[in-house]
Design a protein around this ligand. Structure first.
Ligand SMILES: Cc1cc2nc3c(=O)[nH]c(=O)nc-3n(C[C@H](O)[C@H](O)[C@H](O)COP(=O)(O)OP(=O)(O)OC[C@H]3O[C@@H](n4cnc5c(N)ncnc54)[C@H](O)[C@@H]3O)c2cc1C
Length: 379
């Protein structure tokens, strides 16, 4: 067995033995799964895509996508613990200074430093360039003021990739945006944990910056005005994660449904023998395979170092819409049992919509995809 197959096998066993038996309990209680996260640390998952030069596993994004799918087959929230962390690792690896990489990557690979991603603000999500958080240079440091919204891992993270305006008057607006490594400290205040429909057990909070002082060398790559481009390259990794999540959640729903369809009988035969149920199973299985291939394509491109915003957007769009459909179909197949908390399908159904909204809504994905297609097919 090669290293990739070994890691996948280990993650699969972790999910089967340790995650699936407890996931719904944590999720219903909205409780952070500390023991599971500690195990993920032991398995090296916090360093999954970090180079071995910094103590990580150095896996490619194709393997990472398969790990995310496996984790989400057990419980989607676990992949959220890794997502913003590995997005920041990507940004540091590709845009950080040598000193920034050395400062964070080894501790991140060990899971000692844990990273969140601070982009969205109360008034600005899709319109990223409308952010109002400012970072004003004063001598050897920046002073940051502003408010970030919906920040995943806000309580457990030790450092955030922070997107802020260093020149609020710049035109075009993105030239005024910069990216920082913001460690927790005085002036960085994590607000309340927001109750969610699904994706529970993992924190989503407001994060406020009040006269928060950042050393000048916290500026990623040491250059102002390129923060949006740096953040967007990290978001491609995030979109691969979200698309792989959707495949994992849909697969869990499908596997529960196809098993149930062989156990449950109506009108003298197993429900899987009714053609109406077979049609559903065929559609569900086919769509999951198609989504997985799109994820693989985007991940392969990322591995080759190619720009993949179009392909990652397509994978995220298709997989997340597919996941919503498949989890609903699974609920239909389980009938009343699909709707109650004793069965897992209701959890998958509540987790699915986040993939439609998070990491850029699907409306925005369609715009990005259309823009990419029009460039590619320009006459
Ligand atoms: C559970 C959860 C976790 C999250 N974690 C993080 C995180 O860790 N870090 C972070 O920075 N953010 C995070 N987010 C924020 C998330 O990325 C945003 O919610 C998302 O980008 C949408 O922004 P918005 O909510 O402000 O919606 P808006 O941008 O206000 O959009 C509202 C609606 O208008 C549509 N719309 C907007 N503009 C257009 C347009 N030009 N054309 C067509 N339709 C349009 C949108 O698609 C949507 O349907 C998280 C969100 C959730 C729910």
């Amino acid at each position: 067995m090669d290293v990739t197959a070994q890691i996948l096998d280990t993650v699969r066993r972790f999910v089967d033995r340790e995650v699936i038996p407890v996931a719904s309990r944590y999720e219903h209680a909205d409780e952070y799964p500390h023991p599971l996260v500690d195990r993920m640390k032991e398995l090296g998952l916090f360093g999954a895509t970090i180079s071995p030069d910094y103590g990580g596993l150095g896996l490619d994004y194709s393997t990472y996508a398969m790990i995310v799918e496996e984790l989400c087959r057990g419980w989607m929230s676990l992949s959220g613990v890794l997502n913003t962390h590995l997005m920041f690792a990507y940004v540091l690896s590709h845009h950080g200074t040598q000193a920034q990489r050395e400062r964070y990557l080894p501790a991140m690979a060990r899971g000692e430093h844990r990273a969140g991603f601070c982009l969205t603000e109360p008034h600005a999500g899709s319109d990223t360039q409308a952010i109002k958080t400012t970072a004003v240079r004063q001598g050897d440091h920046y002073v940051v003021n502003g408010s970030k919204m919906f920040i995943t891992n806000a309580q457990t993270a030790t450092v955030f990739s922070l997107v802020a305006k260093t020149d609020p008057k710049a035109e075009p607006r993105h030239r005024g945006i910069s990216l920082f490594a913001a460690e927790k400290g005085p002036g960085l205040v994590v607000g309340r944990h927001m109750e969610k429909l699904g994706y529970r057990g993992i924190e989503t909070c407001e994060v406020n910056f009040e006269e928060y002082r950042l050393p000048a060398d916290a500026l990623i790559g040491g250059e102002e005005g390129i923060g949006l481009k740096q953040a967007l390259s990290g978001l491609e990794v995030g979109r691969i994660n979200i698309a792989a999540r959707a495949v994992g959640v849909a697969r869990a729903a499908f596997e529960d449904a196809i098993r149930y369809s062989q156990e449950r009988s109506t009108f003298g035969k197993a429900i899987c023998e009714h053609q109406a149920i077979q049609l559903k199973l065929a559609e569900m299985g086919t769509k999951i395979e198609a989504a997985r291939l799109l994820v693989r394509q985007a991940a392969n491109m990322k591995d080759r170092g190619e720009r993949c915003d179009l392909e990652a957007g397509m994978a995220k769009l298709f997989a997340s819409e597919m996941c919503q459909e498949v989890t609903l179909e699974a609920m239909r197949i389980l009938g009343g049992y699909g709707y109650v908390k004793e069965f897992r399908v209701e959890r998958y159904y509540r987790d699915a919509p986040l993939m439609i909204i998070g990491e850029g809504t699907n409306e925005i994905q369609r715009l990005v995809i259309a823009r990419g297609l029009l460039q590619r097919y320009k006459i």
